[in-house]
Write a protein of this length. Structure first.
Length: 480
């Protein structure tokens, strides 16, 4: 059940009606907790036990740690058990296959055949988010920054609150717990604030991101719309265009889901902070990370970068801490070496930026903006690509030096249509053969205009923004 499914709207209407019908604060919290269990169990009821384990472990460890003096060894051991237990959950379910496969590949390169069979472990939805949320609660209590919550139901709702359970934003206990204690009063302002956020997020996710995916996914998955089996079947312009479209897709998909989560939470009287702040308008890479996936980047800063030493201890240690944080941040996104590479590239960029500018904006804004966005777009390639070989193929398409792709620089010649329509290219012919002229024209032309027109999203200053509807191919002007 996702926010764009019809069943979710039925679920939401029922929960919303029951919640506001009840007058008791405790009864309302009980409704939200029960609804969250249904919501998560809808994906796979077997994983309710897993999130239950995370909740009980975090609740018990926080209570135990709070009863010990700050600096006491038992308090530190409790922290280790709490963090270790939570990380073991994500290590088994998300990374076991990755590390086992990597170890097997390493052994095979030196002539040793591994004696184990890879396990196909189903990845529980939202595990990366709720584990990080649980860890932040344990650490805040162990540090003495937050009083422990003795009521298990409160901790359960904090970790399993369904609006942000499966895709964030990652919420801090210090902001969520007080909201559970406040008496909620329904109002038109509350409803329309939620509606505004949800509607915008729905438009981002269902109206833009899901349509961009129709072109991005076939190119990047190596499958091809017409049955092609590798990237060699795609023209340079298709690879370039798919990458530009993906930079728009990942923003609108993730920001859209975050906005919908914010809107749903507001309908129940809860405030969740924004998760994106126009990141594609960033004039520097450090500014990009202050605007992109804010709840994750701030989590990595507060619970990984600073505990590692942050910028204390000299430049060399600062760069080490930056690299460690970004590499692990890349791995958090997915169990593949391409995600590690993506994180490492951003870590290198942050380190170089710090070394070059020492926190100053030495580049003119427009130069910094273009340089940052070129870097961000190019690094989305390993993030989305299936392998390093595919990454190099797509990067070579941007240079125009890729064999078999004479149209690699069509973007530089002011021709958006050549990206999608690809006159004479194998990509265009295959799609026209598979879908017919009319539907292919909509898919290629409309999708590429959307990908290129929406790569740099809406201005925070309310300027006119062109929206290119994918299905009808007609341009409309809208003002944010």
């Amino acid at each position: 059940m996702i926010f764009t499914d019809a069943i979710f709207f039925i679920f939401l209407a029922v929960v919303f009606g029951v919640y506001w019908f009840l007058k008791s604060k405790e009864a309302r919290l009980g409704v939200l907790l029960f609804a969250s269990a249904i919501f998560y169990g809808w994906w796979d009821w077997r994983f309710l036990g897993l999130i239950g384990f995370v909740i009980v472990l975090s609740w018990a460890v926080a209570l135990f740690a709070a009863k010990r003096p700050v600096g006491d060894a038992s308090r530190r051991w409790a922290l280790i058990v709490g963090i270790g237990g939570n990380l073991s959950v994500i290590a088994i379910f998300k990374y076991f296959g990755f590390f086992a496969g990597s170890a097997a590949a390493t052994l095979q390169t030196i002539g040793i055949e591994p004696g184990w069979t890879a396990l196909n472990i189903l990845l529980p939805v939202g595990i990366s988010f709720y584990v990080f949320q649980a860890i932040s609660y344990i650490v805040d209590v162990a540090r003495g920054d937050l009083a422990p919550e003795p009521r298990l139901r409160r901790v359960s709702l904090y970790i399993a609150f369904f609006p942000q359970l499966v895709a964030g934003p990652i919420v801090r206990a210090a902001s969520f717990f007080p909201q559970m204690e406040r008496i909620k009063v329904f109002s038109g302002a509350l409803f329309f604030a939620g509606l505004r956020a949800f509607a915008l997020g729905f438009a981002y996710k269902a109206g833009i991101a899901d349509n961009l995916a129709q072109f991005v996914d076939p190119v990047y998955s190596d499958a091809g719309i017409a049955g092609d089996t590798d990237l060699a079947a795609w023209s340079n312009s298709a690879l370039i265009g798919a990458t530009l479209a993906f930079s728009g897709l990942i923003y609108f998909d993730f920001a859209g889901y975050s906005l919908m989560a914010i809107g749903v939470a507001r309908w129940f009287g809860f405030y969740i902070p924004k998760n994106f702040d126009y990141p594609y308008s960033s004039p520097a890479i450090d500014d990009f990370w202050r605007r992109w996936h804010i709840s994750l980047s701030s989590w990595l800063r507060d619970y990984l970068y600073i505990p590692l030493g942050g910028n204390r201890g000299g430049e060399a240690k600062t760069y080490r801490n930056l690299m460690t944080t970004m590499v692990l941040g890349g791995l958090w996104h997915g169990a593949a070496w391409t995600f590690v590479a993506w994180g490492a590239l951003h870590g290198i960029a942050l380190a170089l930026h710090r070394a070059a500018f020492k926190g100053k904006r030495a580049l003119p804004v427009i130069v910094g903006l273009l340089a940052t966005q070129v870097f961000v777009v190019l690094t989305w390639v390993p993030f989305r690509a299936e392998s390093f070989a595919d990454t190099m193929t797509i990067w070579s398409a941007f240079t125009g030096l890729r064999a078999g792709g004479s149209d690699g620089l069509c973007l530089a010649h002011n021709s958006l249509d050549c990206i999608g329509r690809g006159a004479g290219s194998r990509t265009s012919k295959n799609i026209h053969q598979s879908y017919g002229p009319k539907e292919a024209d909509r898919l290629l032309g409309g999708s590429w205009r959307a990908g290129c027109g929406l790569t740099f999203p809406l201005s925070p200053r309310g300027s006119a923004v062109r929206l290119f509807p994918i299905l009808d191919g007609q341009m409309q002007e809208s003002r944010t």
